[in-house]
Design a protein around this ligand. Sequence first.
Ligand code: SAH
Ligand code: SF4
Ligand code: F3S
Length: 459
Amino acid sequence: MNSKNTKLGNKKLFIKTWGCQMNDYDSRRMADILGPLGYKAVDSPVDADMVILNTCHIREKATDKVFSDLGRIRPHKEKNENMLIAVAGCVAQAEGEYILERAPYVDMVFGPQTYHELPEMVAKATNSYGDNRIVNTEFPAESKFDFLPEEHNSQGPAAFLSIQEGCDKFCTFCVVPYTRGGEYSRSINEILDEAKKLVDNGALEITLLGQNVNAFHGEGPDGKTWGLSQLIRKVAEIEGLERIRYTTSHPRDMDDDLIDVHGEIDKLMPFLHLPVQSGSDNILETMNRKHTGDHYRDIIAKLRKARPDLALSSDFIVGFPGETEENFEETMQLVRDIGFASAYSFKYSARPGTPGANMQNLVSDKIATERLARLQALINEQQRDFNKNSEGIVMPVLFDRKGKKPGQIQGRSPWNQSVYVQGNERLLDHIIDVEITEGYASSLTGTIKTEESVMQSAS
Ligand code: SAH
Ligand code: SF4
Ligand code: F3S
């Protein structure tokens, strides 16, 4: 063991993250809580003192992927016996003890609600390694958010803030209520404090995150329960913050006040990801979604009335048990009726422990694959049309990274499109007007309208 690495402040921490943005957020917070113990994030597991795999269990092969990654990390531990290997996230929560049994070189397995206990867990694992392996899949009474330290590092101009976690909806296909636990909302003051710090650290845009973000019901400064709409109005008052987004929502929690906020708050970007899953009322019922296709259409109509330029995105599952060709056609019709700017679509994957896993009338993989291809072709066509319609428009773009080509920078349009332009790196971390020249399948290119003036203010 290289003794240099174990000195306080000089330990290397490698975190690999799968899954949703909540997991990305959690990984940053784990790095924050391990910082005072001397761990610094690095980009490779080679020579790391601690490796954390922050895992996702949403679709099939999730567990297999974790074990194959563990297999790749194992030789590094053989060279460095003091290396701690940890499995966190939703696979850890779902599989627990089984991970330790199958991978004897893993030291720690802990679920998403236990990250604030990391210092104790690390102390326990390092003090008597070998016979003190840890499995922690509790849902502690206290919230991890109350005990995690403040975010230390800047997330850059486009930041993410978890405001809510867990889910009480129990859609019959989904593991989230089991892996993340019941719905929990942070308090308004806590969120506003964190939002202000993100802005002080350079954030121009904040995305409010939650597995079920519009079910948010946090304690307000007046002691009353506040909804997401009230929170957005408050966050919008933060000076220096230019853009607000939120994800992921459920149609059932899209109340009228939240719809109104889309017409009222300019900082709220005109883009909404609102998963519908299916266009068939029969399938929606067996999914336990508790909304119908028409209910979804009504919400979209109201949203578009409030904010006519709103662009929409969604999630779809095809091949859910019992899905007939007619049911699938209803999904295709809903997509045609709404018109999406982008969308994710997945083949149904039975998840152990969910009601869906016991359902009959399975759809064959061949049929599900073929339906997925048809749905994706339609969605891709709509996305291309949406991007084509952006040509000629001048729009503000938040530039946050270098592009793939030399001299290129990349950013996001208000409608969440990726925009590439030729431009000086000094324009990064700014919102700049761009005239869109070409709309492609999944991105836009454009030219900067105001480069000279921006360059002067940026320099
Ligand atoms: N909270 C969000 C999304 C949760 S998971 C919501 O309420 O919609 C993200 C997406 O993964 C889901 O919207 C769904 O489309 C997909 N998904 C979840 N479980 C799945 C499963 N068992 N098989 C296939 N796709 C699934
Ligand atoms: Fe899963 Fe449904 Fe909850 Fe979304 S609303 S996280 S799909 S159970
Ligand atoms: Fe995956 Fe867990 Fe997120 S299952 S999608 S990491 S909540």
